[in-house]
Structures are given as C-alpha cells and as structure tokens.
Design a protein around this ligand. Sequence first.
Ligand code: ADP
Length: 972
Amino acid sequence: MGADIMKACLPQELLLKRRAEILHALCSSGSVEHLERVMDMLLAQGELGWEDCQNVLVPGRALYSNARQLLDLVYTKGSASCELFFNAVKQILPEALGDAFFSPGCHSTLDFREKPQRTPTDELLTQRPELVLKLQDCIDGALRVLVESGHFSSTDCDGIQLPIYTPSQQARRLLDHVRSKGELASLVVLKYVQQSLESESSLEQTNPSLTKEFVKYQKKLRSSVSAQSRFLSTYGGTSHMPLDDIYTEVQMELPNNSADNYKFMGFEEIIGPVGSVNDDADTVLASGEAGSGKSTWLQRLHLLWAQGKVLQDFLLLFPFSCRRLNSEQRDLSVQELLFQHCCWPDRGQEEIFQFILDHPHLVLFTFDGLDELKQCFVDEHRICCPSQRAPVHVLLFNLIQGSLMKGVRKVVTSRPEAVGPALKKHLHKEIHLKGFSPSGIDCFVRKHHSDPNEAAKVLESLQANTALLGLCHSPVLCWIVSQCHKELLGCGEGSLQTITDVYLMILQHFFQHHSTVKSAIGVNWLQENLGTVLHLGQLAFEGISNSSYIFSVTDMETCGVTESDICMGFLIQSKDMSLASSKCYEFLHITLQCFLAALFAILSRNTGSSVISKLFELQEMKKKRLRGTCFGACLNSTNIPNIVEEHSIMAETPNLQITATFVSGLLSQRYQKLWIQCSSSVLVEKKTKQAEKCLSKGMQQHFRSIPQPMQEEKKSMHAMPEFVWLIKCIYEMQNIRLAKDAMSKLEAEHLKLTYCNIGPVECTALAYVLQHLKNPVGIQLDNNSVGDVGVEQLLPCMHICNSLYLRNNNITDEGIRKLIDKVIHLPNFQKIALFNNRLTDACTKHFSYLLKTRQNFLSLRLGNNNITAEGAKQLAEGLKFNHSLQYLGLWGNKIGNEGAEALANALQNSESIVWLSLVGNDVGSAGACAMSNIIRNSTSLEELWLTENCITRTGVESLTEALKHNRHVKSV
Ligand code: ADP
C-alpha cells in the first residue's frame, strides 16, 4: 500500500486495513518485547490504564492473540488512540510500517527534576518507556538500593528476577512493584536512575573508545546473561535455587600438567596460558561425563562474568547452547548468530559488530554441549568471512578452529566421546571436569539442605554406604540423592547401590510429590503412574534414537504426553530463542531422558527384545552394521527415521550406552516384581534373557581380542573403552552368575585399564566382577580418578590382585590406610605403584607396618608424592624387619640427607633389595656417603638411582670407593 493512500485514511480505518501488517510487525520476532514497549508508551501517555494492560497481556495466551486484543482496544477507544498507537509503533519499529503518515510523537528523555508538581509515582508512569530502557541494564543495582532503603524484601527481588522474564520485563515488574510500595520507594528508583545516568556519562568520558551504543549493548548483554544464569534449572520444577547459593567447586584435571591436577582452578587461570598445548588456538575445551557438572560450571562462568567478578577483560560474552542451536534451520552469518541467538542490539548493530571484529581479544564465546550438536566436528568446509551465511554447525566449527573470528576466545564443553583428533588439533587446552571431591560432596549437601540436622543425616547415610557415596562424586547424582533425602533416609541402610536404584528413587520421588493423595505412595506406585511413564518414556526414547533433546508440542502430542504428565516435573520448559513463540520442553537432565527411555524399552509392549540387542551393540559392530538396519526400526512407531547417518549414530553412542546401563539395572532380578503389573511378564523375561546374552557376548568378544603373549611375557589384556561399560552393566544388573561366568573365561595375568575414566563408581563395578577371577592378576589403573573412595570400593577384589598400579589417581593417606588394612591379610598382594598421588608422611607408617608384617612383599613405588625425612624414617623402621622387598621407588619426594641415611641404615645389609631410586630428593653428600654402605654391604642391590640431587665431590668419591668393592651393582 502506498504512502499517499495511507495519508488519506483515518487512523481507525488504517488500523483495520493494515491489521495483518501491524500484527506481523509486532509479533513476528516471537518476542513480546515490541508489544510491551508499545504498551509502555500508551500507558505513559495515559491512553491505557492498568486494567487495559491486564486485559491485553494475558499470561499463557498466544502473543498474536494479545496483540489483536490491543488493536481491538485502541480501535474502540477511537481515532486519537489509534493515532497515538501508530506513533508508538513508528518510534519502536521505525522501518516496520513503511513511510510515516503521522507526526512523530513527543519523544521524551529522562528528566525528573524540572516538574516538581508531579509526584514520583506519576513520574514512574509518564517516564515509563525510558525508565524501562534504562533499568533493564541495571536491575541488580536498583534492587539493591530498594532493599537497602527498606522498601523491598529479598522475596520481592526474587519475584522480579525470575529467569523466565527478560531484562526489560524485569524492569517493568520492578516499576509496577515500586508503584505499589508508594511515593518514597518511587523516589528511590528515580534518584537511582538519575545517578547511574550521570555516572554512565562520566564513564564514557574516561573511556572514549567505547561508544554510547556499545556501552548500552554491553549492559543489555550482561543483564540478559545474568538473568539466564542466575538459577539452576534442575530445581525449576519445585523451587528456585540461585546458583550462587548452591554452586560447589568441581575437581579439574589439566591432562598435560599433572602437577596441577585436582587443584582448584579459577576461570582466569583456565582461560589463560597455564597448560596451553597450542598457543595459536583460541578454544578451551572442558570435557566430562554426563552429569559431571559441565553446564553448571559454564553457567557459573556466565554468572560471575555478568556480575563483574571474573574475566572482566572480556567486554562481551556470547553464550550458546548447542542443544538449542540444533533447531536453527536457517543459514546465518556470524553477526546474525550473535545478535539473534544471544542479544539483540536495539541500535548501532553495525557499529557494535565492527567493534567485535576490531577487538576480538575483548570478546568471549561459549558453546555448551558440543556433543549434543547433531553433526560431529569436522574441519572441512572452511569459511573466513564473517558476513558469509552458512549452516550454524559450519559457523560453529569455523569459530572453534579459528578460521572465523580469529582471536576471539571460545570455551566449549563436551562429553569426551565427541572430542576426536580433528577437534583436539585446534584446542588451546583441554581440561577434564571430574565431579565433586569428597569434601565437595559434603559442601554440596550442606548447601542443599538449609536444615543442618537434615544435612548431617544425609551425610551420615552416605558415609554408611560407600557405594552410594561413590555415586555422589557425580554432581547430578549428588543432586538426586539430596532431593530425595526423605526416601533415602527411609529406605534402610545400604539398599541403594546402583545408579538405577538412585534414578528409580527420583522417579518415585516425583510421583510422590505430585500424588493427589498426600499419604505415602502406594506399593503399586509404578502401575498408578504407568501412563505417564510410557508417554514420557516414548518421548525420551525417540529423542535418544534421533538425537533430539528439545521437544515441540507436536512431538509431545505424538507420544501422548499430557498436561498432567508435564506437571510431574521431569520436563522443563526450554528457552529456545529461535522457537520463542511456541513452547518447547526438555528433560531436567540428559541422564533422566536416558533413564525414561530405558523404562520405555522395558515396559512398552510395542518394543520387542530386539531393541535390547540394538542398545547393547558394541560401537565397532555398529560401524559395520551402519548401512543395514537401524536402531529406530525396532520400534513400531512412524516418526523414527529409518536412515540414521553415521555421524549421528556415533554422536549418540554415549546416550545409548547410558540407556543400556539403565536397562541392565532395571532388568535386575530385584526389580522383576515391579514390572509384573505393568507389562507382559513373558516379554520382560525375554528382554532380560536378551540383555544377559548381549553382556555375556560382549565380554567374550573382548577377551577374544586379547593378543597372545610374546614368549616370557605375561598375558595382558588392555581394556577397550567399552569394557568398563560392560562391567558397569553387569554390576547394575547385580547378576553374580553373569560376573562369574565372564570371569571364568578371562585368561589374563595383567589387566590394563589406564586412561579409562575410572572413578569410584567404576571401581565398585570392577570389584563386583573381578572378585570372581580364578587366578591372581595385576590390575593397572594408572591415570584415572580412583581417589580414596574408589580405593575403598576396590577392596572386595584385592584378594585376586597381586600387583596394583594406581599412578596418578588423586589418592591420599586415608585411602592408603584403608587399603593396607585390607591387603595386609592377603598373601597374593605383592606390588603397589602409587606414583604421583597426594601422599604424605602420614601414609608411611602403614607401609612400614605392611613391610614388617608381610615377608613376601616385593615392590613399593611412591614416587612424586610429598614424603619427607620423617616418612623415610618410618619406612626405614619397616625395612629393618623386612626380608623380601626388591624394588623401592621414592623418586621426586623430599627425604633429604636425613631420610637417605635412615634408609641406608635399614637396607645396608639387605639381601633382597634389587632396585632403589632416590632421584630428585634433595639428597646431598652425607646421604650419598650413607648409600655407599648399601653398595658395600648389600648382596642383592643391582641398581641405585641418585640423579637430580645435590651430591658433591665427597659424596661421589664415597660412592666410587664403595663400587670398587662390589660385585652385584650394575649401575649407579
Ligand atoms: P553436565 O552438563 O556435565 O551433564 P550439569 O552441569 O547439567 O552436568 O549438572 C547436572 C546437575 O548437577 C545440575 O543441574 C545441578 O543440579 C548439579 N550440579 C552440577 N554441577 C554442580 C555444581 N558445581 N554445584 C552444584 N550443583 C551442581
């Protein structure tokens, strides 16, 4: 429609004629922001009253319906109203309706001092549009002054800052709330805004390179990042938990920097140069298993940045969720990606983007959950022009590897499975998140329970059940256990052992929480809620089968998910930017989706036992089978695609494996009676048999892959990644027969499980299965995260262990105390290696006792710990009474001369010691002179290592002299 015709029309007529166009302009972005801004202006001009607003903005009603309501309202109010309405639209969306036909409205600027006749509440109303713009950038500060002046309580603040509101909505809520508190409160806000305007203009003067538009954008971004990250979503269903109140530090490991492992690392250090493997690369990767706390850690980074507490050298931070990026179907440029998916600049887009291009080192991008992106990282399709449009995953890969926006730092989180060599090449560094430490568990539980008695009880029951304590190293499990403390305390000591037990507990907890009968949940709780379980289960299952984690209303309808199923709390509403206008949901956590998928696989009468074999299929076989049948085909459902491409199956393997682990647990004998009322028992039995068969077959395949030993060499089995998973499945199933059967077929003398991501939970499972081995083996667990709790979990299988290798496993003296308490009675146990743990002198009295007691103990390696002269003296006490030890390694401790002298004294007449290392121990000549006595007198010593000490000429001469008289020593 041409401008001339428009000018000829009356405002009311025009409103009717251009209705569709106006609605589109107001609503097509999917955000309610434009509509609300128009209403602000009409409110300020007195054209709308509060009641009108309530009639227009009906919560839960579709955006378009609300906008229609407004159009109807201004139409009925008459010509003048329509005219003001057009003016408002014109100001807010200058381009939207083409040429202007009315004079621009009176655009006011903030100015409170000139009109003393108006009351502060009047001012709040007449200046509303400008106040909203201003306040959205400084909600925190405004709330602070309101609390300090006694007008607001913290509950008032929480109500305003709910993360479901955008910053501008929070500003409006603040204004409305202040209005209800009266004139003084209004005055406080007006003064605060005026002061912050003044300080803003002085900031711009001191920092002239940042333009006004940039500063505004920065504030908007900061407050939107803050709003998104303030609360933890796992608490969303029941209550709001501020991240600040619950966040507990997680353990971290820098793989190439063992000295710093498990040490607390701040965000500055993580982003900075420490532990860099590639100084040219800009991407820092934080990897960890599902539930290890990656998203929460990143959320913490976002929040602390937004609060101005960390990483302030970065002026802009753009947070992305890969899960949400999956639903972006359009090709985008980097500029569109940043502005449309993170924060929209109200003005000066080009200028702000140019700033980003000119100052990449001042900008930080974060990408959460790279493993959830539908496409695997590849380094193929290169683009380097920021204005070039491309599919979002292509942009993402180019950003990560640096051909786009070189110099911008990126932080990416992912599960380890999705991190291949192609990606590693482009990493500045990689850190591993390792969940909570034992003290972290304690700290989390205390934060979670405001009642200290309740916290103490939970902690007590964890201490009494170390298998459960082991599980709690995973933050997601610690969260469940804390959520379900009532069930936990009510279910009797030791009854929770497996991950499946814990997830069944939370399932029951949610149902209990929503049970209409508030009495204890019935014995048939599952049957009572079977409909919900099957609906949600199907949704979860189909999601896992085709890498979907966000579900539309249509997806939910297809699976029969009802409003009351949603209310149970397993699903939370997803904040998906690109689908903002329609509601979407996701599961509270990916592991919960896997659990519900597993329940569906078992309970659905439509899934046969073939679904079980597909779930258990090993990755290697899966690759071979790719072009054949597919996982989805096992389900009699229409909407699972029949062709799943290789990369998505590969990306999905971890979730399928978690689901299979739950399937194993659910098919345990212990739970069979739970299923009787809920499914066909014949079918469940068939599925159980199938799962057992798959596990047994999987183990055998593994054992077949063990190469024949070379002559004289021990037969050794190096675990493939899936070995630990199979072991965990057998443990979840609590199937001793299966464990015995598998172990009877294992013919190896040495099990190598290095770098297998073994923590306490895996140790529990390993011990459960390995204890059934027929012959003693060496168990090599170097470079995992066993920790003290893991050591304790391994105890049940120590009787079949002759050598235990636990290098680099975060073990302390306490773990050693428990270990030695056990192995002291086990004649098979002869060797231990504990290089690079956290041992101090306190552990040496236990080793001393071991040496005294066990006269067939052969090898003790304690390198790179914190043992001093005192510890060496303790060891010497044990060595005096020992006649069997052949290898003693103390490399990289601090035993000094005194320690060396004590050891030499104990070993000088030894007839067993063959190899002794005191490398790097601050040993001087006095120590070396003492060592010469061993060379001189011991009949067995063959190698003595003394490098990296401070031995001078006297010491060397003494050693050389001693060597003249010796017949056994081969090297010093
Ligand atoms: P991941 O991203 O590794 O799968 P999440 O960060 O989603 O794991 O963690 C799952 C849940 O565990 C969170 O929703 C939260 O309840 C809890 N959690 C994780 N990390 C922490 C932490 N550092 N402090 C407190 N709770 C945490």
